[in-house]
Design a protein around this ligand. Structure first.
Ligand code: AMP
Length: 279
C-alpha cells in the first residue's frame, strides 16, 4: 500500500488509473478504523480494481471544538489494518493543505440538512459536503462506499452527487454491529467500562420498538422510544425522530419510501448515533 499525503499526487495517481481503465472504489473515513469501516472497504475491493481509502479528521464538520480534539486518532494502527486488507492507496492529507484557503462552497440540500444532525450540529453537513465533494474531485472514484449508520449523511451525499452530477455511484452499506448490538463507531473506544455495558441498550430499545411497530402507530413508536431512552439515567437524549427514508421529513404515517428511526444521545461524554428501519 502506498501512503499519499499530497493532493496533487493523489489526483495524478487517480488520473493515471482511470486512463489505464482501472475502476476505483473509494471509502472516505476519519480514521480510528474498526470492523465497520473494514467491511465497507472489503466490499469496495471486491467491486473495483483499486481501493483508495482516505483518513482525514475533517475539522470543519465539527461544531464542537472539544469533540474535534477528543476524536480518536491512530494512523499507525489504521495503516496496518489497511495494509492487511490489501488497500492500494491510503490518502492522508493535511488540514493545512486541504484548507489552505477558507472554503467558500455552499450547497442547497432543502430540508435534508435542516433536521436531526443538521439541527443539532450547525454547519456539520456543509463541512461534510465540502470535504466529500473535494475528495471526489481529486480521486474521481467510480464508486464510493458509505455506511447506513450515518443515515442522514448518506442521504445528503446521494443528493449532492445528483444535484452536482458528480458521476460517482454511491453504495450504501448496512450497519456493522458488535455482538451485543452496539453499532460500531470510532467513538466507542472513548466509553468507560460501565458506559460500554450500558451502550447496547440503544439498539435494544430500537429493536424492541421494531417488534412493536406492526401493532402501534408511528406516534406511539416515537413516544415509546423516547420514554425508554429517558428511563436509562445515563442517557442524555439529543433527538429521536421517525422520518421518511428519502426526504427525511418527520412523519406520522407510513410512506412508500420507507420509514427509519434515527437517534443521537450522549453517554459518558460521548455522542452516539444509531438507526433502525421500520417498514
Ligand atoms: P467515519 O470514519 O466515522 O466518518 O466513517 C466512515 C464511513 O464508515 C462512513 O460512511 C460511515 O457511515 C461508515 N461507518 C462507520 N461505522 C460504521 C458501522 N458500524 N457500520 C457501517 N458503516 C460504518
Amino acid at each position: 500500500m502506498k501512503i499519499i499525503n499530497s493532493i496533487q499526487e493523489i489526483t495524478e495517481i487517480s488520473r493515471a488509473l482511470r486512463l489505464d481503465n482501472k475502476t476505483i472504489g473509494f471509502v472516505p473515513t476519519m480514521g480510528a478504523l474498526h470492523k465497520g469501516h473494514l467491511t465497507l472497504m472489503q466490499r469496495a475491493k471486491d467491486e473495483n480494481d483499486i481501493l483508495i481509502v482516505s483518513v482525514f479528521v475533517n475539522p470543519i464538520q465539527f461544531n464542537n471544538p472539544e469533540d474535534l480534539e477528543k476524536y480518536p486518532r491512530d494512523i499507525d494502527a489504521d495503516s496496518n489494518k489497511l495494509e492487511s486488507i490489501g488497500c492500494d492507496y491510503l490518502f492522508y492529507p493535511k488540514a493545512e493543505e486541504v484548507y489552505a484557503q477558507e472554503p467558500t462552497e455552499e450547497f442547497n440540500f432543502g430540508n435534508l440538512d435542516k433536521v436531526m444532525e443538521g439541527e443539532q450540529r450547525p454547519g456539520h453537513f456543509r463541512g461534510v459536503a465540502i470535504i466529500v465533494s473535494r475528495l471526489f474531485n481529486w480521486i474521481n472514484p467510480n464508486k464510493a462506499y458509505f455506511g447506513e449508520k450515518d443515515f442522514q449523511q448518506l442521504t445528503i451525499i446521494k443528493a449532492m452527487v445528483n444535484n452536482l452530477d458528480l458521476g460517482v455511484e454511491i453504495v450504501a452499506c448496512p450497519i456493522v454491529r458488535e455482538e451485543d448490538g452496539l453499532a460500531m463507531s470510532s467513538r466507542n473506544q472513548r466509553l468507560s467500562t460501565s458506559a460500554r455495558e450500558i451502550a447496547p441498550r440503544i439498539n435494544a430499545i430500537l429493536r424492541k420498538s421494531y417488534s412493536l411497530s406492526e401493532n402501534i402507530s408511528i406516534s406511539q413508536i416515537k413516544s415509546f422510544v423516547i420514554n425508554e431512552f429517558k428511563l436509562v439515567k445515563d442517557f442524555e437524549l439529543e433527538y429521536f425522530e421517525i422520518v421518511d427514508a428519502k426526504t427525511l421529513e418527520p412523519i406520522t404515517q407510513r410512506t412508500e419510501n420507507g420509514v427509519v428511526g434515527c437517534v443521537a444521545l450522549w453517554l459518558d461524554g460521548v455522542r452516539l448515533i444509531d438507526v433502525i428501519r421500520y417498514y
